[in-house]
Design a protein around this ligand. Sequence first.
Ligand code: FES
Length: 156
Amino acid sequence: MNDSDPTQVKRRDFMQLAFGWCSALFALGASAVAGARYIVPNVLYEPDQRFKGQKPEDYPEGTTFLSDIRVFLIRKGNSFRAVSAICTHLGCTVNRGADGHGFHCPCHGSQFSDNGEVTSGPAPRPLSWLLVSLSRDGRLIIDASQPVEAKKYLVI
Ligand code: FES
């Protein structure tokens, strides 16, 4: 190789040029990835918390445990309400009291009244009452994302 030939690219120049182009391409790629990430929203998609049950007349008088969603549906005549069976201590599933009143957690012994209030044990909060509504086709909908007061009923 002749060092005096101006048309010849020196090895050092070639390496600098290649490094420069690689750096520019990397920066462009990183910008594109960052731009694409900016367009995608930071959203956590959770499953729908509404449960569509059967028609009101399909549920018997008293308490029905809906194991799929861990909810007690309580029917008194034409009125319906639903309470979460998830213990507010550490999330175990509570049972109905042996005498058909109140709720009892088998894990650490929390007791809840018929209205879901804590009567004993480590549970820090009452059980959650959930919104019950009627769908267009006449079936019950229980919305676990909508807590309501204990005395709120759906009357049909
Ligand atoms: S999980 Fe119910 S009392 Fe602990």
